[in-house]
Design a binder for this molecule. Structure first.
Ligand code: ATP
Ligand code: MG
Length: 292
């Protein structure tokens, strides 16, 4: 399988028939091992660097990458891997935790909107406004702390949020922000293994949080919420990628392949130098060469 095909294998751009159980968290395509995929991983990173340079220079498109997942699915590692291939000057990463008091004074899209990437930049969201239809749906008591007028919290609240998100993403896409969304799909069994590793290995202890175990108890509710989220918010202009996450190297390969394929699909080019600019460059060169 070529890597460009790989990008499409896990793409969901219409939610209609989407079922999470059709996707296997342990899938590794035709790759047998990390070593087998090493070259493709390396090439992806190198290509990303070239394309990002053009994205930045051209300053027309922005790219927003959204990562959602259960704990220990590998969001941080994937983001580190992607970042290793890009110039930090044109890339920002934002992590969204429980909202602050100030954030709760605003609508649910406010805090992430302030962090959207500017033209020429890549913005990475480690969690996002999608938490509003995930953790908040699984724990509806969180809604009560959101200070909304009671009469606005009805039984259609989740559909309303899906609609708001769809409209918001369409608006962003129409303005030149290319959105790609990744659900890192880890199995329950692999999550357990990784949690045990965090408990057993001293240098991984810091990653462990008791809250992670509590959330694990709600596994099925989360899977349902993820499925509903993807069904309702997958679109051509803001597709979801359901990325197998039981093997970290494969997750990284798929994500970098999607990013490269997306950048390749844009009309990226270095800005053209017009006659006036060329004259300016020639004059500058003359000055430099004529003096010490
Ligand atoms: P790590 O890899 O370090 O564990 P993390 O993204 O899991 O990273 P944590 O501080 O462990 O970060 O958890 C952040 C928590 O904040 C998550 O449980 C998430 O569900 C929660 N959260 C994020 N956004 C919201 C929101 N809008 N409302 C309520 N909780 C939220
Ligand atoms: Mg966590």
């Amino acid at each position: 399988m070529k890597t460009d095909k790989l990008a499409n294998t896990f793409r969901v751009d219409s939610g209609k028939h989407f079922r999470l159980k059709d996707f296997d968290p342990a899938d590794t395509g035709q790759w047998r091992s990390k070593e087998h995929a090493a070259q493709a991983l390396q090439q992806g990173i190198a290509r990303m660097a070239e394309l990002q340079d053009k994205l930045y220079a051209q300053n027309r498109w922005a790219m927003l990458l959204i990562f959602q997942a259960m704990d220990a699915a590998g969001k941080d590692g994937v983001i580190k891997h992607v970042m290793s291939g890009v110039n930090p000057q044109g890339c920002q990463v934002y992590s969204f935790k429980s909202p602050s008091d100030l954030e709760l004074e605003h609508d649910f899209l406010w805090r992430t909107t302030r962090c959207l990437p500017e033209r020429g930049h890549i913005g990475i969201f480690n969690r996002s406004y999608y938490e509003e239809v995930l953790v908040v749906r699984v724990h509806p008591e969180i809604l009560k702390s959101q200070k909304m007028p009671d009469c606005l919290i009805g039984k259609n609240i989740w559909d309303e949020r899906f609609e708001d998100i769809r409209c918001f993403e369409r608006h962003m896409a129409r303005g030149g922000t290319v959105i790609r969304k990744f659900f890192l799909h880890v199995s329950r069994k692999e999550q357990k293994r990784r949690f045990l590793e965090r408990l057993d290995e001293p240098e991984k202890n810091w990653k462990f949080s008791a809250a992670d175990i509590r959330e694990r108890q709600c596994w099925d509710d989360y899977q349902e919420a993820y499925e509903a989220m993807i069904r309702n918010t997958a679109s051509e202009h803001a597709p979801w990628y359901v990325v197998p996450a039981d093997n970290k190297w494969f997750t990284r390969l798929v994500v970098s392949t999607v990013i490269v394929a997306t950048l390749e699909s844009l009309d990226l080019a270095y800005p053209k130098v017009d006659d006036a600019k060329r004259k300016e460059l020639e004059a500058a060169k003359k000055v430099l060469l004529s003096k010490k």
